[in-house]
Design a protein around this ligand. Structure first.
Ligand code: PHE
Length: 389
């Protein structure tokens, strides 16, 4: 019986494969109208390499959302299939893997990345193929300026730098003179440094010195010596966690005692693992804190911890989760997985109630959301305040 049934199914299956292959020849990318089977959603993330914790957290949040959506019946009567590619935290890889997701796998939408430079690399490919891309957490304004298929579900660095961090330095740290230490290899770092400077100067603050490093450097002593000589009240390091932790260690070794603060790029358990007591007492801004929980967020924290061995979700996990839910919501409203239709539905997203708050996509395809300030306290991230736009 079994063999018989298998034989019976062979012909239609072969025909279906042939039909799909033929249809694929005429279609630029994405899927054909009236497709059945799973809905393929591509994801690119830094699962390994220098910013591995960004990609891992973001992927876990995204995966959890996809699993929950599927458990509740999927989208348009179909299950979502998350196809995840590791870009190794390396320039050059995002273009390769996103091309593969679109051309080989026929992904109908792309989720990613965390780091702005990597989102910026993949965005033109999605735009050209009319495949909607949602970055969960890239904050550089240029990402969504790439084109009308590119969205994000987080705030941008104009808000984080010129408003949140400039006010924090001025009002909470009571700093008048700040030194800025920028990673010139990162679009995120350069943008956040620029917006911070503009905002801080506009509020009457003074930038006493500005120095550069290259992400991945190991020795920051020469620049930190110059920063110490400028005698700042505080030092702003808009970088990623590995570099920020090493900078804090070396600053301490040089006797630089001014508080050091950063943006969302500091958020990783590795900041504390690498930096240890050198990062104690320092501060950063980010998108989400698991301890200030709304009802939605509390449920998310509980299901995330259950799914991932008791690990607490961070901003990337929460935004990854919301990015997948917002995509599913747009597909439902579009009644289709077709790129242009999903694009229009995404652009019309209004007050979507997620774990990171309400998401409304504005005319620049960005979201307006609150930020939080966290402080490193006893090796943990302690919630200090929420800053609303
Ligand atoms: N906003 C950062 C960027 O654009 C990435 C990031 C988001 C890092 C959230 C940590 C938390 O590069």
């Amino acid at each position: 019986m079994k063999i018989c049934r298998a034989r019976f199914n062979w012909m239609p299956a072969a025909l279906a494969v042939l039909a799909l292959a033929l249809a694929g020849c005429n279609q630029p990318a994405g899927e054909t109208a009236g497709s059945t089977g799973t809905i393929k959603v591509g994801e690119f993330a830094s699962l390994t390499g220098k910013e591995a914790t960004f990609g891992i957290s973001s992927h876990e949040g995204t995966l959890l959302a996809v699993e929950e959506i599927n458990a509740a019946g999927g989208v348009l009567g179909r299950k979502l299939e998350l196809l995840t590619e590791d870009d190794q935290s390396k320039a050059g890889e995002p273009a390769t893997v996103v091309n593969k997701l679109i051309a080989r796998d026929n992904a109908v939408a792309i989720l990613g990345e965390v780091a702005s430079s990597r989102s910026l690399e993949a965005a033109p490919i999605c735009q050209q193929n009319k495949i909607p891309m949602i970055s969960p957490s890239s904050t550089n304004p240029k990402v969504t300026e790439t084109g009308d298929y590119i969205f994000r579900v987080c705030f941008i660095d104009e808000f984080q730098g010129a408003f949140v961090l400039a006010n924090f330095a001025m009002n909470t740290l009571k700093a008048k003179k700040v030194a800025v230490f920028t990673d010139v290899k990162s679009d995120y770092s350069k943008g956040l440094a620029k917006y911070f400077k503009e905002g801080f100067i506009a509020k009457g603050g003074q930038i006493v010195t500005e120095l550069d490093f290259n992400g991945g450097d190991k020795d920051f002593k020469a620049q930190l010596t110059a920063i110490k000589a400028a005698n700042p009240d505080a030092v702003f390091v808009p970088g990623y966690y590995t570099d920020a932790a090493l900078i804090c260690i070396q600053a301490k070794q040089l006797g630089l005692t001014a508080p050091i603060f950063g943006g969302d790029g500091w958020e990783s358990d590795q900041l504390v693992k690498i930096g240890q007591e050198a990062v104690e007492g320092n501060y950063f801004s980010t998108h989400y804190a698991p301890d200030v929980a709304t009802e939605k967020s509390k449920n998310f924290v509980a299901s995330y911890q259950k799914r991932f061995n008791g690990k607490l979700p961070d901003a990337m996990a929460a935004l990854g989760y919301d990015s997948a839910l917002i995509l599913a919501d747009a597909m439902k409203r579009a009644g289709s997985t077709d790129g242009p239709k999903v694009r229009d539905a995404l652009a019309a997203t209004k007050d979507f109630d997620g774990v990171t708050g309400k998401t409304t996509i504005n005319e620049k395809r960005d979201a307006t959301k609150s930020a939080v300030i966290l402080q490193v306290k006893d090796g943990k991230f302690k919630y200090l305040e929420t800053v609303s736009p």
